[in-house]
Design a protein around this ligand. Sequence first.
Ligand code: PLP
Length: 438
Amino acid sequence: MTATEPVDLTVADLHPALGDPALTSMNFLNEVSERYPAAVSLAAGRPYEEFFDLAAVHRHLDTFHKHLTDDLGHSSEQARRLLLQYGRTKGIVHHLIARNLAVDEQITVDPEAVVVTVGCQEAMFLVLRALRAGPEDVLLAVAPTYVGLTGAARLVDLPVWPVAGGPSGVDLADLSVQVRRARAAGLRPRACYVMPDFANPSGVSISAEDRRRLLTLAAEEDLLLLEDNPYGLFHSADGPRPPTLKALDTGRRVVYLGSFAKTVLPGARVGYVVADQRVAGPDGRVGPLADQLAMIKSMVTVNTSPIAQAVIGGRLLENGCSLVAANTRERSAYTRNLRHLVTGLRRRFPGRAAVRWTVPAGGFFVVVTVPFPVDDALLDRSARDYGVLWTPMAHFYDDTAPVCALRLSVSAVTPQQIDVGLDRLTALITDEVARRAG
Ligand SMILES: Cc1ncc(COP(=O)(O)O)c(C=O)c1O
């Protein structure tokens, strides 16, 4: 090879995760929607964007800046530096996140146990990187599983071992079986990833009793629980929400993963992790797991943009640190859409047992089960010939078995778009059933 010859690499020469469906899944789904921009998208789990307001972003920044000077006593020089310079690895809105968790979730947490991250995605990556100590380590995860979690696990060479989700959100008997099976195979299950509230993609929530049982089981099996909660605020029913696992956690079993993508702005790319587990360092000094995660973060993103954090901080401050209060419009839009979708399905598929759907108590997602396998080729045809996008549920399972289900999302559409999307989906399903019968 000469010095001027271009160097060609193949994926086979790169990290094995790069050839893995878990990593290509998101790109594929984005590509399909870019290829068919006129299609109605019941695929995107993006938040409703009609409420986004650029002027509010400026105001949030100012509010946070004022908080730094007036409440925390920083000089304007210090406040300017905090916002515009490199900064604290664990973040600068940790105290507001701790306050938010106390106000909205009755979670008491030391702000030092919080790491502010570049989206929840980075939080997942940091936790998985830290937990993967050796080749015997595995992560249990309720299936179907959010593909961002599976992809992050791949990148740190941590196998994901599925646990049945089922209608109750987590099958506790199966969790015990899988822990034992993994241990019998010489593996070390480090943690179980769960989404107790309106899971992505299943939409299912775990009952308050099962949350308590899950914590007991985690203690008995000496497992950590990774609780991911991006959708918990968007419950449809009136009345109290069930407590988060972290609120019930008296034994530091739960690592809590938070995202401001759905409750403030996805463009800010801010999330966080609460990691209050105590870790003894080589010198015998004990600190929160958050400190170890910060060490990893310092080598991944250094620190989360303080400007982005300030936007989140300002929004929190303007709402008494309550995202419940900040999201009343959003919650009612999602509730209205979810009801509209479920009513629309009922109207379009009356008495057709072959087509079934979940009726979630909140969140963004409904899963529709159909009498034929749903794959990427069908999605492509749906977008091209019928003008409607959705997500094949196969993307959320870590194997190649056919899956006869698709995920619909109500978050980024209007009721009118839901009607159009459902009409088109109904035509697709009807034609597909007829095609297979004939
Ligand atoms: C379950 C779940 N966890 C994490 C994330 C990632 O959140 P973020 O945008 O804060 O990285 C998402 C995004 O859709 C999600 O659905």
